[in-house]
Each structure stands twice: as C-alpha cells, then as structure tokens.
Write a protein that binds this ligand. Structure first.
Ligand SMILES: [Fe+2]
Length: 198
C-alpha cells in the first residue's frame, strides 16, 4: 500500500504546527519519527466523515482533506468500546492516530491523532495522565474542562488539558475536526470520569 497518503498527511500536520504557535509551545514537532505499516481498521464514523459536508472554511482545509484522504487506510480506534458509553457514541465518534497507536509513524515522545464528531454529539467527561492539546481544524465544539468555564472553539483555537484533568466536548449545529497531541503519559489511555465533575 502506498505511503504517499501518510507522507502527505504528515506534511500537512507539520504545516498546521507551523501556523499554530500554541502547539509548538506545548511540545515541538518530533524529528525522530519512524514510519510503520498501518493495519487498517474500519468503524462506522469513518463513513460519516467521508460524507461530512459541514467541515468548511479555508483555514486548515488542506490538513482536513489529508485526514479524510487517509481515513480509508487508517486504523480507527474504539477507545471506549469496553465502557458504558453506548452504541450511539461508538457509531458516531471517530478518531485515528497519525503518530502513535496504530498510526503510520511512531515517536517515543509524541502522539498525534484526529478526532471527528458530527453535529449533535456529546463526548462525556474523561481523563488521562497525559498532558494534551486540541487544535480545532474545522467546525466548532463546546469544550468543557473541570474548574474552567466552558467555551466554544473554532478553527485555529486550542484547548489544553492538564494531567488527569477531566474534560468533555459537545457539538450542536456543527461537526468538529480536531488535531490532538500528547507529550507524555503515553502508557495509560483515557478513562471515563466516574466521579462528579464541577
Ligand atoms: Fe483527552
């Protein structure tokens, strides 16, 4: 299978990095990447993304298109499959790695993936040891972080999540696509936050 789709996506993500100083301040773009073969894994949200008409706007259009182009070859995740999250969420929430688990590149110090949510979906409170940054690539979502006011973010805006700080996300009228990066805490994946979050 051709590596071209992954090389294109890597180049577009690196370009998004160059125009978003908050990402580079969070952690530098890695220079120690190893290419690896991707074993594709399909999930229902992959088809939703292929048919998505609500991710518009010139800003980050190239990186969005590169994520869509790579989607049929990607190893989509089922992060919350063994949880109480429910089938509707599993059918509509999509993510896959470019750098990291199941992704086309590996780095010992960095993870990068895409999150896609169609309109009208709630991603419940969750947390993980990793420090994390979201960059909105298109659409809009309301971002919730424990201890902070909720805020609606659009293309070019970022949300930082501290280690084990519960966070959640809601789409209403628009879908959202985000680039997500981690800089540490790779050993433990996200968990739904069972306790009450303020
Ligand atoms: Fe997170």
């Amino acid at each position: 299978m051709s590596r071209a789709v992954w090389d294109r996506l890597l180049s577009e993500v690196a370009q998004a990095y160059r125009v978003c100083p908050a990402l580079a301040e969070f952690t530098p773009f890695p220079e120690d990447l190893t290419p690896v073969e991707v074993v594709p894994f399909d999930v229902p949200p992959a088809q939703l993304l292929q048919n998505e008409a609500g991710l518009t706007g010139d800003r980050f259009a190239a990186v969005r298109e590169a994520f869509v182009a790579a989607a049929p070859q990607a190893q989509w995740h089922e992060t919350y499959k063994e949880t109480s999250i429910g089938q509707d969420f599993m059918d509509r929430f999509g993510c896959y790695c470019l750098i990291g688990h199941g992704g086309a590149f590996q780095s010992p110090q960095f993870r990068a993936w895409m999150v896609y949510m169609p309109a009208g979906l709630h991603y419940p409170w969750h947390h993980h040891p990793a420090e994390e940054m979201y960059l909105v690539l298109g659409g809009a979502a309301e971002f919730h972080r424990e201890g902070m006011p909720s805020e609606t973010l659009r293309a070019g805006e970022t949300s930082f999540h501290a280690s084990n700080q519960p966070h959640a996300m809601t789409t209403t009228d628009s879908p959202v696509m985000c680039l997500v990066v981690w800089r540490n805490g790779f050993e433990t994946g996200p968990s739904l936050t069972e306790r009450e979050v303020q």
